[in-house]
Write a protein that binds this ligand. Structure first.
Ligand code: XMP
Length: 317
């Protein structure tokens, strides 16, 4: 019978028998449930031979870096923290194409990890929080099409000269959540919505500018706050804001103002592979739209995305 305790024991035993006695395992943590669970499993199996690294790529949500560090430290994982925001944002200047953004972000991550690996000859493994839907969506399963290059399953380990450890590769999200709860991850974190590795880069259509980053951060925070306030946060899979370059003529005070269009995306899903747009109450949407246009002066229009997956994907790019 499926039971989190048994699964944890099996995975921990498997890691212990796979990783050599003096070998270390590098694990990139983001605060997401997949990488947190992966790091906790590795820690349980091999203790301090886990080398956890948290890279801030400058594309995190409001207040996220500090919150993630606190949560991980409370769980006994003290990651190496690297604030590489400037490096990532500089490299992404002028880049409009989604897959190009993913490629640049993936490469910079890889370079940062390469430096760490070269500084410690005992690091022989890279642990990744790949789950079953990631495996399918990145086309690693025969018969499945490649949709987006989720960089967490790209060719990183071989490039780093490391062996790959994917302890939760055969698990779906609800199974990962059950395991995380058993490992002591606070409920609020376990039920946090998934957040893509490339962060807000895939929620900004076109070039990433400081202005668009500020808008998408603030607007996403408002969406999250309103969903929590109305008790809907846990009922939906993901809820966030998107910004692009299109503009809408507005009226602020009694003056013409040309501002950004922010699109709200709220979806319900079991595993992210298919998703339905969420029919949330109109007054919640109304509160979100009013707050966004009043609290973010550069926004003159809020729209709601009402296309399911397929034919859309969840993230805009
Ligand atoms: P899409 O947009 O492909 O998203 O329908 C499906 C799920 O995957 C997440 N996602 C990503 N996760 N790296 C990630 O780690 C990525 O590049 C990436 N792109 C999408 C998305 O948030 C959703 O939960």
């Amino acid at each position: 019978m499926w039971n989190p305790g048994n699964i944890i024991e099996n995975i921990v035993n498997e890691i212990r028998s796979t990783v050599g006695e003096d070998e270390k395992v590098l694990c990139a943590v983001s605060g997401g449930i997949d990488s947190t669970t992966t790091a906790l499993l590795v820690k349980k199996a091999i203790g301090d031979r886990l080398v956890a690294v948290f890279v801030n790529h400058g594309l995190l949500r409001e207040g996220e870096a500090e919150e993630v560090l606190n949560m991980l430290r409370n769980l006994g994982i003290n990651p190496i923290y690297i604030d590489a925001s400037k490096m990532f944002l500089d490299a992404l200047k002028g880049v409009r194409d989604c897959e190009e953004k993913r490629r640049i972000i993936g490469e910079l991550f890889a370079k940062i990890f390469k430096d760490i690996v070269e500084s410690d000859k005992f690091i022989k493994w890279l642990a990744q929080g790949t789950t079953y839907p990631d495996v399918i969506e990145s086309g690693f399963v025969p018969g499945a099409d490649r949709i987006k290059s989720h960089h967490n399953v790209a060719g990183l380990p071989s490039w780093l000269g490391l062996k790959l450890l994917e302890p939760i590769k055969y698990l779906y999200k609800d199974e990962v959540r059950a395991i995380a709860l058993r490992l002591g991850v606070p409920e609020d974190w376990v039920y946090r919505h998934p957040f893509p590795g490339p962060g807000l880069a895939v929620r900004i259509i076109g070039e990433i500018t400081e202005e668009k980053l500020r808008i998408v951060r603030r607007a996403s925070k408002i969406v999250e706050e309103e969903l929590r306030r109305s008790g809907l946060y846990r009922r939906v899979w993901q809820a966030f804001a998107v910004v692009g370059d299109d503009k809408w003529v507005g009226v602020k005070g009694d003056r013409r103002a040309v501002g950004y269009i922010v699109t709200i995306r709220i979806v319900e899903s079991e595993d992210g592979m298919t998703a339905d747009w969420s029919r949330i109450p109109l007054d919640v949407l109304d509160n979100i739209a009013r707050r966004i246009t009043s609290e973010i002066p550069e926004v003159t229009m809020v729209t709601y995305a009402i296309t399911s997956k397929p034919p859309s994907t969840i993230e805009p790019c």
